[in-house]
Design a protein around this ligand. Structure first.
Ligand code: ZN
Length: 372
């Protein structure tokens, strides 16, 4: 994630902190300063933040380790003001597994709060007067309260919060994944509106959360819709088959000619039939500026960071596409280049799928004939 700093690594998972997390830290530091204008108060505030920090990391590790039970790896964990974000390689398809992964995080906070509560009770450290005030009372007591708040907050049924995922998982055990996601996303956006309104009335922090939830819900619904539309379609059905290729010895002027004649922007570069890289439009333009149109393609071409097989499913190919900085990915089979997959291409296919689905809905009798 952009604007993140690496803090370290736990259980092989990189831990990062996002720049906006500093807003939360500043807010808490400010709050502890206004409460009691002393350095002591600020030190206490800062150490409290560090403890809070650790609890959020543990929350995310809860998700990550639950996912590991289902052989799902976690790319990294990033701390945001709203909580943490564990980027799992994929979400479990089985709703029951998704429910376990979603609830594992809040469960960690519950355990931390329970341990702190029991400790306070055992050593008679619970301050009745402070009760459940998140800003007052002894250190351990405040930490317990904050953990309960983190748990409750994350259980709100709104994407991208854990409660949203749990809700989707519960719905998905009764209906298809797509409508389940749409319902969960709608509820999430309704909650975002509510947060926004409450934020306007008093707490500006809520407006920020509202935005985060709104975007998260829309993103999740869109992603699942795309995935379900692409499910079961092999790459070869969507790839471009008619395209020009270049050799490393061709001049850049050749690429310019082809680009101007047609609409191809990115070219696979082949040497005796074997793929050696891609000449993307960006690399072509850079090459033209740096070394001129007479220089060879080999001087400007780039390695293709992602290559897909024509027999792969589009769903998986798209996931790898997301990790690529390029708009065009070469498609190979048996070691030979057989096509190109472009973002535009996939977009076209989605539009066609949507049109066919609309037709199938209008006349159910045709559904079988239109089945892919
Ligand atoms: Zn969580």
């Amino acid at each position: 994630m952009k604007w993140s700093w690496r803090l370290g690594e736990v259980a092989g998972i990189g831990i990062y902190v996002h720049a906006t997390f500093l807003i939360l830290i500043a807010w808490i530091a400010f709050a502890s300063w206004t409460q009691d204008q002393s350095v002591q108060a600020v030190v206490a505030g800062v150490s409290f933040i560090l403890a809070l920090f650790a609890c959020i990391v543990l929350h995310e590790l809860g998700h990550a380790l639950a996912a590991r039970r289902y052989d799902i790896r976690t790319r990294d964990i990033t701390l945001l003001p709203i909580g943490g974000l564990a980027r799992l390689e994929r979400m479990p398809e089985d709703p029951r597994q998704e429910l376990v992964v979603a609830l594992a995080g809040p469960a960690v906070n519950l355990v931390i709060a329970a341990v702190l509560g029991l400790g306070l009770y055992a050593f008679g450290g619970f301050n009745m007067e402070a009760g459940f005030d998140a800003l007052g009372g002894p250190f351990a007591q405040r930490l317990m309260v904050v953990n309960l708040l983190i748990m409750a907050f994350n259980l709100l049924p709104a994407f991208p919060m854990d409660g949203g995922r749990a809700l989707r998982a519960i719905l998905a055990s009764r209906m298809d994944y797509l409508p389940a996601t749409q319902i969960a996303a709608n509820i999430g956006q309704a909650m975002a509106l509510l947060f926004g309104l409450l934020g306007l009335l008093g707490n500006p922090f809520l407006i920020f959360i509202a935005l985060f939830v709104w975007i998260g819900a829309a993103g999740e619904a869109g992603m699942v819709a795309v995935k379900s539309a692409l499910a079961g379609i092999p790459v070869e059905q969507a790839m471009l088959r008619t395209f020009e290729t270049l050799t490393p010895g061709d001049r850049l002027s050749r690429a310019v000619e082809i680009t101007l004649e047609g609409s191809q922007k990115d070219f696979p570069v082949l040497e005796r039939g074997a793929l050696t890289g891609m000449l993307t439009q960006d690399s072509l333009l850079r090459g033209l500026a740096d070394t001129g149109s007479d220089s060879p393609v080999s001087a400007a071409q780039q390695e293709s960071d992602v290559v897909v097989d024509s027999h792969d499913m589009l769903e998986g190919a798209l996931a790898r596409f997301e990790g690529s900085s390029h708009d065009t990915v070469p498609v190979v089979h048996d070691g030979k280049l057989v096509g190109l997959l472009t973002r535009d291409n996939i977009g076209e296919l989605l539009k066609i799928q949507a049109a066919l689905e609309t037709r199938a809905k209008r006349s159910p009798a045709l559904e079988n004939r239109n089945a892919r």
